[in-house]
Design a binder for this molecule. Structure first.
Ligand code: GDP
Length: 311
């Protein structure tokens, strides 16, 4: 059994590669829902949708999110009413959010809804679990005030200076059904190349997740989302710096140190080898840039091979 902890774009690219080399029924993906937002009356769950769209080959590969060849007429329509339209929702994508919202209003849980959406997109065997069924929202504390992560990322273009983060609702968040079991029964646990602060961080804060990872006898392997000491995309560096952390794969390893066995880092960061080893964590140094599915698959194969090494 393979269990992966995942955010959005970086995770989805890796998981697509992984899904090409494992029996899909062996794979469980625990996805961050701290990025979720209620906007224009809709429940949007960006990381869940990115993972589903990518695994089912309908994602807009250029952007990394949304559906390929989607149109944005709905947003143009909203514009007419002077409603804020900074959060990009394509017309086909809108159907997913409407369906999720409809089921939420009928009392279905995020877990139930996620599995229905995954099935509708043709994903039958891979288990995709939200980290929790409770509502959690990641807010960023900045010099321009506190704002939802999506507002910081999209509306404000990551310009405000980060002072801290506030994951609202996380104290009460219980793991969604199947989350703890998936960690307990895994033979390898993979922390995807995702933002360690706002993608993996919230999953680790869900009740019992971190302690179950610590207890696990499975090999725990992370793939660093940093290449050449910085993220390929997104605010990982700004968030890490804002929290007073160094921006490096060594720092990523430190954030996971209490449960991590090995970390895959990019060859551009080979100079970090000794610092990582001194944490008691084994580095695997390879090219980690997933420019296409074949490369993502190649990285996944190398991660899976680590299972056969002794701890
Ligand atoms: P988000 O929620 O959509 O921002 O997605 P994630 O947290 O899963 O992914 C964001 C992280 O993925 C960024 O820090 C990127 O640097 C990282 N990432 C994206 N593509 C790649 C890649 O090809 N290789 C590596 N190593 N990291 C990547």
């Amino acid at each position: 059994m393979i269990t992966a902890l995942a955010g959005g774009v970086g995770a989805a690219k890796f998981l697509k590669g992984l899904s090409r080399v494992v029996k899909t029924e062996q794979l469980t993906i625990i996805v961050n829902t701290g990025d979720d937002i209620k906007i224009s009356g809709l429940h949007v769950s960006p990381d869940i949708d990115i993972v589903i769209y990518t695994l089912s080959n309908v994602v807009d590969r250029q952007k990394g999110w949304g559906l390929r060849e989607d149109t944005f007429k709905f947003l143009e329509g909203l514009d007419r009413f002077g409603i804020e339209t900074w959060f990009n929702i394509g017309d086909q994508d809108l159907a997913t959010h409407m369906y999720r919202t409809h089921l939420r209003n009928k009392g279905h849980t995020p877990s139930e809804i996620t599995s229905k959406i995954a099935r509708a997109f043709g994903i039958k065997n891979i288990k995709i679990l939200p980290m929790t069924d409770e509502d959690v929202e990641t807010w960023i504390v900045t010099d321009k005030g506190e704002m939802h992560f999506q507002e910081y990322l999209i509306k404000m273009g990551m310009i405000p200076h980060v002072r801290g983060i506030n994951i609202k609702g996380i104290e009460k968040a219980q793991p969604a059904p199947g989350v703890i079991k998936a960690i307990e029964e895994a033979t390898i646990i993979i922390i995807c190349p995702s933002n360690p602060i706002i993608s993996i961080g919230p999953i680790l804060k869900v009740s019992k997740v971190r302690e179950t990872l610590k207890r696990s006898s499975a090999k725990v392997v992370a793939i660093s989302p940093l290449v050449g000491g910085k993220p390929l995309k997104g605010p990982a560096d700004r968030l890490m710096r804002g929290l007073g952390l160094e921006v490096s794969s060594t720092q990523v390893a430190k954030l996971y140190k209490d449960f991590l066995d090995e970390i895959v880092i990019d060859e551009k960061d080979a100079n970090e080898e000794h610092a990582i080893k001194s944490l008691g964590i084994k580095p695997l140094i390879i090219d980690t840039i997933m420019s296409n599915e074949e490369k993502a698959q190649c990285i996944a194969e190398q991660v899976l091979n680590l299972q056969n090494e002794s701890l």
